[in-house]
Design a protein around this ligand. Structure first.
Ligand code: AMP
Ligand code: MG
Length: 335
């Protein structure tokens, strides 16, 4: 089957086309970049409305696929920013009606896990999902993807973005902070905030800006923030691996593009004799291909939705979404 997927949960509008083996046939993305400050949901949604029609055309052309070759149209139903989700859902509904193809709702977090499974060939990895708005450790168990641990306040990416803007930079902060951190040498004391399987970042934000006010150098601040925040994520990932007796871990989300985080999780996994997989950048960040692939899996187990019942769910919980393909078909990864 060939499925087109629409992603629009936050600042990235993206359209992907995948086949039944999770091969990405076409992918076109465009990220909203606020002129200053953080992301404004309505402005991001306006951006998505502007670019999505062009992205659909580009992804189809790249795939060499005509609308009549498609088996379904999938969209990210949640979690995410309401106005952004609605922009993508509206486009997906319209395509579904115009092309007379089933509409498939997809949970964004489940899509991150499924694309990692497909690309790695790992059957049952734990996912460290580290993105702008989300920071979660997710593992499959008893019919659902369960959130084992998560941030108690802001997502790691939002934390890095806010911090970098506070230090005089511009959005997105994560990649710039990564470059800055490479010049850092001194590990400054910052709050290490792990609570069982959960983490919190707002105290570190305040503490870092306070150290800056006392004259700490920006490279050292960046280095210390990365060391502390990524250690916290690595610790909760290890705890979840141990408790769930999983033998592999995959990464997902924009922050999972970070080389330092990848290295720390890899070292931890190797120390436990576990496998570790990080998707290539284009499929680690938000993208339409993972929505299309998760849509393909949902479609294979009959999970479609009528336009009337396809409302977006900005606060959709990963552990409330059925994943029948995991039990019934054994599908879900290629290779
Ligand atoms: P997502 O929400 O998954 O699209 O990811 C976007 C977030 O990833 C933003 O907060 C970025 O600052 C962050 N990000 C992207 N690249 C990196 C990187 N190399 N290191 C750390 N954070 C990053
Ligand atoms: Mg994401």
């Amino acid at each position: 089957m060939v499925v087109l997927g629409v992603e629009s949960t936050a600042h990235t509008a993206s359209v992907g086309v995948v086949d039944g083996e999770a091969k990405v046939l076409g992918l076109a993305s465009d990220m909203y970049r606020p002129p200053s400050g953080g992301i404004h949901p309505r402005e991001a949604a306006n951006h998505h409305v502007d670019v999505l029609p062009g992205l659909v055309a580009t992804a189809l052309a790249a795939a060499g696929v005509r609308p009549r070759d498609l088996d379904a149209v999938a969209f990210a139903q949640g979690p995410g920013l309401g106005p952004c989700l609605r922009a993508g859902a509206t486009v997906a509904r319209m395509l579904s009606l115009a092309w007379r193809r089933p509409l498939v709702p997809v949970n964004h977090c489940v899509a991150h896990v499924e694309i990692a499974r497909a690309l790695s060939g790992l059957d049952d990895p734990l996912l460290l999902y580290a993105s702008g708005g989300n920071t979660q450790v997710i593992a499959y168990g008893r019919g659902r993807y369960r959130v084992l641990g998560e941030t108690l306040d802001i997502g790691i990416g939002n934390f890095l973005d806010k911090l970098w803007i506070g230090l005089g930079g511009t959005f997105p902060g994560g990649p710039a902070l990564e470059a800055e951190a490479r010049q850092g040498t001194e590990l400054l004391p910052l709050p290490y905030s792990v609570h069982g399987m959960d983490v919190a970042f707002s105290g570190m934000l305040t503490a870092t800006l306070a150290l800056r006010d006392k004259g700490a150098a920006r490279p050292d601040l960046a280095y210390s923030v990365e060391s502390t925040a990524y250690s916290m994520l690595t610790e909760i990932t290890e705890r979840a691996l141990a408790h769930r007796r999983k033998t592999s871990v995959a990464l997902g989300g924009g922050v999972a593009c970070n080389e330092r985080l990848r290295a720390m999780v890899r070292t931890m996994a190797e120390g436990r004799g576990a496998e570790m997989f990080a998707p290539p950048r284009a499929l680690c960040v938000d993208n339409g291909a993972m929505i299309a692939w998760a849509g393909e899996l949902a479609l294979s187990s009959g999970r479609t939705v009528s336009v009337e019942r396809s409302a977006v769910q900005p606060r959709q919980r990963t552990d409330l979404v059925p994943t029948p393909w995991r039990e019934t078909t054994g599908r879900g990864f290629a290779r």
